[in-house]
Design a protein around this ligand. Structure first.
Ligand code: NAD
Ligand code: UGA
Length: 458
């Protein structure tokens, strides 16, 4: 079966870059990325330097394929109708209400897409789960497609989770460690697996394309993120012990990582992992384990998130302690708002919790990030306080204590303390005055003049 037209529902951090790369590598396939968010689609169709997502290398890929075989649109029905294969890459955040609130994945956007596909499709479709989902979601999707679809239309469901990391998305998509495709063992299921594998085989070596059953594929995505996050929480937990004992966390990471059975990656102590996925995917895993009655397994994975919260709190407390518990009226510069460098994404960034805690204690905050907009920063803090049940009046007062700065120098002006949260390259070498307290959440600063330096794990 040869695929000529594909569409992707969801033009976000996954849908946009993933489809741009498929379009680049498969010039004979027409790729249409659709979204309900008109502003996002307008930005994808707008100037290359203002794409809705900042990723190194992305604008070059979009420049090569857009208008040739890559299209961005809000005409979701039209795109479904014309495509033989439909990817679903919509958001699957943690539920905020109802059963499983605070833990389970909210599948409402995903289910809405499935319903729409079922209602619109007049010919057979391969439906691909690209979003990260609880294991056995395909079962639910099959039910929705069969209930709302036409009798003579057949849907084949594949699981094809995405493993890209933000900031290196294009590189990750060009040279994936593996492409996972979960499909039904039936002949039509295996034909669908083959059709998707053929697309990836245009640039990914065959031995890296791994076919599994659907449930293994769905669970492997959650498990991979959990294992990565677990390494970070492990090293972060040890950073606390280093501070008590005089061991040095960098030396510890290096020594541990040199064992080839462990390896050096994801052992960098930090202010805590951020990003839209690690926390939500682990909480989802915890929820699933509890659902299946595996309480001990649930508790094991829950601890990874708890240590991450502990690390963020510990960092904020370090700043407060350095002022003998009183940061009232102190000017604190927050360098970096993105959850890591080379992205404009700040979802679940440690910067949010840390800044909120300092502001709640009366500190004045100067925030600088080279890529995250002031609107996003304000929204992040607003939402954080709303979720923490602060009153609107309180939130208004807190907002007055934030200054978003357009340059690093402005942020540093008159700072009593500087907290470096994101490892942006421009923060590598900064000349601090002698009397500023520097708190380095990236653990790469060695020394700055005579300033007091407070490094994680030192
Ligand atoms: P995102 O929020 O950036 O994008 C999701 C998009 O889906 C939004 O633009 C939204 O408007 C759109 N959408 C929602 N409902 C829709 C509907 N009914 N019809 C059309 N469009 C709709 O999310 P993301 O970061 O791209 O993540 C998407 C999924 O991929 C999640 O499940 C996430 O866990 C997973 N994932 C994300 C990453 C990452 O690095 N961000 C990596 C791997 C996997
Ligand atoms: C992560 C995974 O790496 C991807 O494989 C996965 O596809 C993606 O989640 C997802 O499912 O969304 P991402 O969150 O974009 O990617 O970025 P990472 O590089 O994993 O970093 C996540 C967080 O961990 C960042 O805040 C980073 O600073 C932190 N980190 C990373 C550490 O604190 N220490 C490390 O050693 C590595």
């Amino acid at each position: 079966m040869q695929i000529r037209n594909i569409c992707c529902i969801g033009a976000g951090y996954v849908g946009g870059p993933t489809m741009a790369v498929i379009a680049l590598k498969c010039p004979d396939i027409k790729v249409t990325v659709v979204d309900i968010n008109q502003d996002r689609i307008d930005a994808w169709n707008g100037p290359l330097h203002q794409l809705p997502i900042y990723e190194p290398g992305l604008k070059e890929v979009v420049a090569a394929a857009r208008g040739r075989n890559l299209f961005f649109s809000t005409d979701i029905n039209g795109a479904i109708d014309c495509s033989e294969m439909i990817f679903m890459a919509v958001n699957t955040p943690t539920k905020t209400e109802g059963e499983g609130a605070g833990m389970a994945a909210d599948l409402r956007y995903f289910e809405a897409c499935a319903k729409q596909i079922a209602k619109v499709a007049k010919t057979d479709k391969i439906v691909v789960e690209k979003s990260t989902l609880p294991v056995r979601t395909a079962e639910k999707i099959k039910e929705i497609l069969e209930k709302h679809g036409k009798d003579d239309v057949h849907f084949e469901i594949l699981s094809n989770p995405e493993f890209l990391a933000e900031g290196t998305a294009i590189q990750d998509l060009f040279k994936s460690d593996r492409v996972l495709i979960g499909g039904d063992p039936s002949p039509s299921g295996q034909m669908a697996v083959k059709a998707l594998a053929e697309i990836y085989a245009q640039w990914i070596p065959r031995e890296k394309i791994l076919a599994t059953n659907v449930w293994s594929s769905e669970l492997a995505k959650l498990a991979s993120n959990a294992m990565l996050a677990q390494r970070i929480s492990s090293i972060n937990s040890l950073s606390a012990l280093c501070e008590k004992t005089g061991a040095d966390i960098d030396e510890l990471s290096k020594a541990i990582g040199m064992d080839h059975r462990i390896g050096p990656h994801f052992l960098k102590a930090s202010v805590g992992f951020g990003g839209s996925c690690f926390q939500k995917d682990i909480l989802n895993l915890v929820y699933l384990c509890k659902y299946y009655g595996l309480d001990e397994v649930a508790e094991y994975w829950h601890q990874v998130v708890k240590i991450n919260d502990y690390q963020k709190d510990r960092f904020a407390q370090k700043i407060i302690d350095a002022f003998e518990g009183n940061v009232q009226g102190k000017n604190i510069a927050i360098l970096g708002w993105a959850f890591k460098k080379d992205t404009n994404d700040s979802r679940e960034s440690a910067a949010i919790n840390i800044s909120a805690r300092l502001i709640e204690k009366g500190a004045l905050i100067q925030i600088y990030d080279p890529m995250v907009t002031g609107d996003s920063i304000n929204n992040d803090l607003n939402n954080f306080w709303k979720m923490s049940n602060f009153s609107n009046n309180m939130i208004k007062e807190f907002i007055l204590m934030i200054n978003i700065q357009s340059s690093l120098l402005n942020a540093l002006d008159n700072a009593d303390a500087v907290a470096i949260i994101t490892e942006w390259d421009e923060f590598k070498e900064i000349d601090f005055s002698n009397d500023v307290k520097v708190f380095d959440g990236r653990n790469i600063v060695k020394s700055f003049g005579n300033s007091d330096i407070y490094n994680i794990g030192k």
